[in-house]
Structures are given as C-alpha cells and as structure tokens.
Design a binder for this molecule. Structure first.
Ligand code: NAD
Length: 366
C-alpha cells in the first residue's frame, strides 16, 4: 500500500505510467500540468530503452512495472499499454495497493473486463478508464441539456467515425489489428470513444444489428468498416458507422435528437445546439467558446478565430481534466465519472456488434 498522505492536498499523488508509446506523451504532459497536485514519479516500458528515453526527456525516473508496483511511494498507476493486457496489469497493480486508471478500452473481452471490475470494486482503491471526451465542454453541455429535459424525449442517436488509418499505422505495432491484443479494429480501437459518449448521453443499448468488413488494409485480422443499427433500452433508435478505411478521413460526429431539441458534436466541438423556442446556435470554434456561444447567442466561425489561445480546447486538455478528476476522487473517495461498469459497458456493446456481424442476427447487449 502506498505511504503518501493522499487526503493532504499539499502532498502530491505520486504516479507511475506504464507503456511509453504513442499516447504516453499526452498523458505525461497532462500529469505534469497537474503539478503540484500530482507528481509523475516513474515511467515504465517492456522495452527499457523506451522508458529511459522518455524519462530523460521529461525528467522522471525509469523503472520496471514490477518495481513500480513494489514501491510504496507510488500511489497510482496509469496504463498506456496494448489494450489486451490492460486487465492483467491493472489487477496486478490493484493487488499491490495502487489506484489504477487504464487507457481505453478497459480490456478487449467482456470476461477480462468483468474480472477487472470485480477486483477493482473489492479493492477499496480508485479505478477508472480513460474516456477523455466525456470531459470536453461540448459533451458536458449536451449531457446537462439531456439530463435537465431540454431536448424532451430522445428519439434518435447518430454516431459517425469516418476515419482513415494508413497501412503503416497497422504495421507500426505487432499488437495493432489483432483480435487478441487490439480486440477489434475501427470500432474497438477508434470508435470506442464515440460509443462511450453515445451510451453516456443516450443510455444503455438493448440490442444491435451489425455488418462489418475489412476493405482497405492488409495483414490485419479485424474490421476497418462497420455499420450498426442500435435499439436502446429507452426504445429510441440509433445508427453508428465506424471506419479506418475512408480516405482521407472525416471528422467524427455524434448527433443526439430529442422531441424538443438536439445537438450535434463534430470533432470535440459543439456544432449545433437547438432547443425548441430558443435561438438555434450554429457555428464552429474552440470547444470552450462553443460552450459559451451555446449559452449566449449566435456567432460566426470567423468571429471564433479571434478568441485568445487560453480559451481554446486543445488535444490533451481532456486527458488532463479526466486525470485531475481521478486525483480528486483519490483524495475524496468520490466515484470517478467513468466507472468500471462504464468501461465494461462500452466493451460489451462493441463485442455484441461483432457477434451480430458474425451471426447475421440481432444480438442483445448484456
Ligand atoms: N485515449 C486516447 O485517445 C488514446 C489514443 C491512443 C491510444 N490509446 C490507447 O492507449 C493504449 C496504448 O496505445 P498506443 O497507441 O500508445 O500503443 P503503442 O504501441 O504506441 O505503445 C504501447 C507501449 O507499451 C509497451 N508495452 C507493451 N507491453 C508492455 C508490458 N507488458 N509492460 C510494459 N510496457 C509494455 C510497448 O513497448 C509500447 O512502448 C491502447 O490501449 C490504446 O487503445 C488511447
């Protein structure tokens, strides 16, 4: 068990980060921005040269994962490792007395996520899964509008992830594009952000009907194109398309449509916010400003360009906000916004889509 006094805000929560690949720098910067609340003490990688190099760049220690788990000065571990090893590593860290946050997806199978959920919930420690777009101001604004009934009854959700990834992307890591470690293709790896947002905003899905193919890549086992019809527990309908094959790639979008209002999030920005009887807000700008516009009146896209940099919502900010909340939950004991159940729910939805595509039938989401 760690020795830091986590309820004392003057004592930083000490983190170790495991997995020094593409997402690691985003998390390292986010954690270092949270100084003095947080201290990133160590980073680890299966390949010691990788952690040593990043450790030099960011002036932190480099140790093995086992050493981080055994070190009583480490309070929390964040995992940026391949998706299919998240549960095994997270369970090891929880059993060593560390609070744990794992990158999305929680793991790649329902069974692994259920096991991790059980260990996390009985540990007395904090656990969460990165799903940083819940922390975008646009997502928060839409969640608030739905929760307060402004949109009336939700009647339709539409999620589009029309992305493109090169063959080199899939060739860049031996785990990418494999069922065992990536857990799937464009839906499990890329689409899960929008799946989680959709389920968080629209509620639990009841059943899905999916079709999937591999249309534009070689040497991958998984889908690069999937189309899904969704029935939610509320009775509302939904539609989802995800891909990494649609050259050159288009912005991700999520539309939530209700009987008295709707919103369209494009990228991480609030593109349209409409409530019957109120002025409809259309326009594009920084995420933070889109939020301000949504509550204050219509502005054009060009007017947004004049906003000062401090108002912009940049890549990495949402990671920082989620990690900040996680640290505050470590101190207060409150439940993080993204729970173990939420992490499991997203993986369960995606696995049901794959099962439907394989069987050709509707599949209940459990
Ligand atoms: N939240 C986001 O927006 C976002 C973006 C990208 C990736 N991710 C997630 O982050 C995770 C990592 O993705 P990536 O693109 O950074 O992968 P990557 O392949 O670039 O990096 C993975 C790193 O983990 C290391 N590693 C592998 N096995 C290990 C082990 N047993 N112990 C310690 N280190 C080990 C590898 O050497 C490598 O450095 C994935 O789960 C992915 O889904 C999230």
């Amino acid at each position: 068990m760690s020795q830091t006094n986590q309820s004392d805000p003057s004592s930083p929560v000490r983190f170790a980060l495991v997995g020094c690949g593409s997402i690691a720098k985003t998390q390292i910067k986010a954690l270092q921005e949270l100084t003095p609340e947080v201290e990133l003490a160590y980073i680890c990688d299966r390949v010691p040269e990788r952690s040593a190099e990043l450790a030099r760049e960011f002036s932190v220690g480099s140790v093995s994962f086992e050493e981080a788990c055994a070190n009583p000065d480490v309070d929390a571990v964040t995992f940026c490792t391949p998706s299919g090893i998240h549960a095994g590593q997270a369970i090891e860290a929880l059993r060593s007395g560390k609070h744990v946050i794992v990158e999305k997806p929680m793991d790649v199978t329902v069974a692994a996520c259920e096991k991790l959920k059980a260990v996390a919930e009985s540990s007395g420690l904090q656990f969460s899964v990165i799903s940083q777009h819940r922390f975008d101001p646009s997502s928060q604004k839409v969640r608030e509008a739905i929760g307060s009934g402004k949109f009336g009854d939700l009647i339709f959700a539409e999620a589009r992830i029309p992305w493109y990834r090169t063959q080199e992307y899939y060739d860049s890591g031996d785990w990418r594009g494999t069922w065992e470690l990536d857990g799937g293709g464009c839906l499990m790896n890329q689409g899960i952000h929008t799946v989680d947002l959709m389920l968080w905003l629209a509620g639990k899905a009841k059943r899905v009907f999916a079709r999937m193919k591999t249309v534009a890549h070689e040497r991958i086992e998984v889908e690069d194109l999937i189309s899904v019809q969704v029935e939610f527990e509320s009775g509302m309908m939904g539609s989802l398309v995800a891909s990494t094959a649609l050259y050159p790639g288009y912005p991700v979008s999520l539309g939530l449509f209700g009987t008295s209002g709707s919103a369209m999030i494009v990228g991480d920005e609030l593109e349209t916010f409409a409530v019957r009887g109120e002025e409809t807000i259309r326009g594009k700008g920084s995420n933070a400003h889109a939020l301000q516009v949504a509550t204050g009146g219509t502005r054009s896209a060009t007017a947004e360009a004049d906003k000062s940099k401090k108002d912009e919502w940049n890549w990495g900010d949402a990671h920082r906000e989620q990690l900040k909340e996680f640290v505050s939950c470590i101190r207060s004991g409150a439940e993080p916004t993204v729970s173990a159940a939420d992490g499991l729910n997203a993986v369960s939805f995606i696995q049901s889509c794959y099962e439907s595509a394989r069987s050709g039938d509707w599949v209940d989401v459990v």
